[in-house]
Structure formats: structure tokens, C-alpha cells
Design a protein around this ligand. Structure first.
Ligand code: PLP
Length: 360
């Protein structure tokens, strides 16, 4: 039996997607071979790739003046490729740091550009997003980078910030497709797939086409987004298995009712879990400012950290997996991506009530 899996990523996938992949593992689409055994340049695979892109465009309402890239590697890879592709040597890029992944974006960009921290939530312990009025943006920045949802610290932008003429680049790894999104507010959106879009090993980059004309920095062709766009993400052998699973996952989201439906479910799940925390009479604690609490990743604390291991082992025995908090934050963390049903959040809440009563 499959447990409710609260892993932050790689994360739970829809059971129907896994079942279909299992059924098609040996023979796919009448081609007499598995999808992992055929050429990415075959007509069958190209049709799959085009379908996945069309479905993703429909799911996220991606305008035509944006290219969609399907690239091998993770979000961290994209964090290094952004300055190479969109900033000239020595140019400034602005980064708004609201948690761990903003810091990795800085680390990956630093060898290539002048990184300016326009706002930093770290002095406040990453419990809030610095108010927009306090951001110190550079007028000549190549782009402004934000992390739409900080997976470890559990902080999420609930509105798209206005950064003026400079393109806004956003890491949506842990919240893409979780609610409707106005892509046109961004110059670039990127996401590693392993939370809401499918398996690890493939990333999606949604980029305004005019930005692809930027010279950037000297770089190998394989690190050039424009080359990938010109070759429909088949500059080299793409991760075909991952692309296939991503396509199935996107199709599943469309069939379930699209991002509006997932926004509804995700709000409901978050309401349940934050409700259990806030209604626990102080037994459970979430320290993030209410207005920026993540709907996807909910870190919380018990009254005594010596109870953490017991919470994790008892919840596991109750069929609730992977609730241990990230080591940078400690405590407990529940990740509630699109494939986590409301029933999973309800099961967690029931367990939390029960645990607090037994160990209160
Ligand atoms: N950005 C965010 C918001 C993440 O949650 C993660 C991974 O968990 C990453 C970046 C790094 O992704 P990857 O490990 O695929 O490079």
C-alpha cells in the first residue's frame, strides 16, 4: 500500500501516472519498445515532446512570445546558466533572498556576475519577505531574481512583485502549477520538475523570447538557452524518460481541472495543516509571517525538539512519510504538492491532534 508521502522532493506523484508508466514500461505507443529505448528524434517521441509542451502551455496559460525549454539537470543548473545567458561579464544581477534557495542562486551566479542582494530576509531568520518598499534595486541590473516559494523555510510570495523595467526571474521549482500564474509578469520562470511536475532530472524554463537575443557571456553551446530553444530542446539527447513522465503529470493536472482546481485543493490542504498548528494551543509552532506562509511546504516545531524523532517515527508507522524537517531549520516539515490529496493533509492533521494529546 502507498503511504501519504510528504517528501519535499523528489516528491509524491499521482498514482495514475505511475500506473500508466508501469503499464507502458515494456511497450509504449505501439512502437514495440519502451519509451526509454527509442530515439528522441523518432516521430513518436517528437509527438510526445510536442504534446507535453502544448499541455504545459495550456496548463500555465503561457503566452506565445515565451519559449518553453525542457532541459536535463536541476534548478541549480539553471541558477548557474541564468547569468551566463542573460548578463554580460561584470554586469549586476539583483537577488532578493528569502531563504536557502535564494542563497544558492547567489552562489551559482557569483563566478560570472556582480551579485547585488537587493533585499535579505536572513537577518529576520527568514520568517518574512522584506517589504517591497525596502528593496534596493539596481537600475542597470540584468534581471531581478526571486524564489517564488522557499521549499526549506516555507515562505512564498503571494503576489508577484513589481520590479519595473528590469525583467523578473523566478525560481518556481516548488510551486509551479499550484495556482494560476500570470507568466507575462516575468522575464523567466524556471523549475526543477521533482515537486509539482514529475520526476527529478529535467527542468522547465519559460523565457520571454526577446531575452534569448541577449549576448550574455562566452559559453559553450550546450549552456546556451537560445540554442536549446532553436532546436526544440533537442540540441543533444534530452532526458526522454523524465520528459515522458512530466508529460503524463501535466496531462493529469489538466484532466483534474487545471491550476484553478489545484489552487482550491492547495488552499484547503494549507488551511487544514496551518489550522492544526494555530489551533493547537501553542503545542505546534510555525514561525513564518501569516501573509507569506507557503501553501506547499509547511515547517513547524514541537514544544521540545526531543519529540521530533518520535513524531517522525510514529507518523511513519501511521502511513505518513518523510515529515522530518530540513536540517537547516529542524523540526517537522510537511510538503503538500499537487499530487498530495486533501485526504493526506486530513490524515496528517488527525495524527497531529492525536500526537499532541498523547505527548502533551
Ligand atoms: N530551488 C528550489 C526552490 C528548490 O526547492 C530546489 C530543490 O529542492 C532547488 C532550487 C534545487 O533543485 P535541484 O536539486 O533540482 O538542483
Amino acid at each position: 500500500t502507498r503511504a501519504f508521502n510528504f517528501s519535499a522532493g523528489p516528491a509524491t506523484l499521482p498514482e495514475s501516472v505511475l500506473r500508466q508508466a508501469q503499464a507502458e514500461m515494456l511497450e509504449w505507443n505501439g512502437v514495440g519498445a519502451s519509451v526509454v529505448e527509442i530515439s528522441h528524434r523518432s516521430a513518436d517521441f517528437i509527438a510526445l515532446a510536442e504534446r507535453a509542451e502544448a499541455d504545459l502551455r495550456q496548463l500555465l496559460s503561457i503566452p506565445d512570445d515565451y519559449a518553453v525549454l525542457f532541459l536535463a539537470g536541476g534548478a541549480t543548473t539553471q541558477q548557474a546558466l541564468l547569468p551566463l545567458n542573460f548578463a554580460s561579464p561584470g554586469q549586476t544581477v539583483d537577488v532578493v533572498v528569502t531563504g536557502h534557495w535564494g542563497k544558492t542562486a547567489i552562489k551559482q551566479a557569483k563566478p560570472y556576475v556582480n551579485v547585488h542582494i537587493a533585499a535579505d530576509g536572513e537577518p529576520g531568520g527568514f520568517r518574512d519577505i522584506p517589504p517591497r518598499a525596502q528593496w534596493q534595486l539596481s537600475p542597470d541590473a540584468a534581471y531581478v531574481h526571486i524564489t517564488a516559494n522557499e521549499t526549506i523555510h516555507g515562505i512564498e510570495f503571494r503576489d508577484t512583485p513589481d520590479v519595473g523595467e528590469v525583467p523578473l526571474f523566478a525560481d518556481f521549482s516548488s510551486s509551479i502549477a499550484s495556482e494560476p500564474l500570470d507568466v507575462s509578469r516575468y522575464g523567466l520562470i524556471y523549475a526543477g520538475a521533482q515537486k509539482n511536475l514529475g520526476p527529478v532530472g529535467i527542468s522547465v524554463v519559460i523565457v520571454r523570447r526577446d531575452l534569448l537575443a541577449r549576448a550574455g557571456q562566452p559559453r559553450a553551446d550546450i549552456f546556451n538557452y537560445a540554442s536549446h530553444a532553436a532546436r526544440d530542446s533537442m540540441l543533444n539527447t534530452p532526458p526522454t524518460w523524465n520528459w515522458y513522465l512530466l508529460g503524463l503529470t501535466v496531462k493529469w493536472m489538466l484532466d483534474e481541472g487545471g491550476v484553478a482546481e489545484f489552487a482550491r485543493r492547495n488552499a484547503e490542504k494549507a488551511r487544514l495543516v496551518y489550522g492544526a498548528i494555530d489551533g493547537s494551543g501553542g503545542y505546534y509552532r510555525n514561525e513564518v509571517a501569516p501573509g507569506v506562509r507557503s501553501r506547499m511546504n509547511i515547517p513547524f516545531f514541537l514544544p521540545d525538539e526531543r519529540l521530533d524523532a518520535l513524531f517522525v517515527s510514529e507518523s511513519k508507522a501511521a502511513g505518513l512519510l518523510a515529515l522530518k524537517g530540513h536540517k537547516a531549520v529542524g523540526g517537522i516539515r510537511a510538503s503538500l504538492y499537487n499530487a498530495m490529496p486533501v485526504a493526506g493533509a486530513q490524515a496528517l492533521v488527525d495524527f497531529m491532534h492525536d500526537f499532541a494529546q498523547r505527548h502533551g
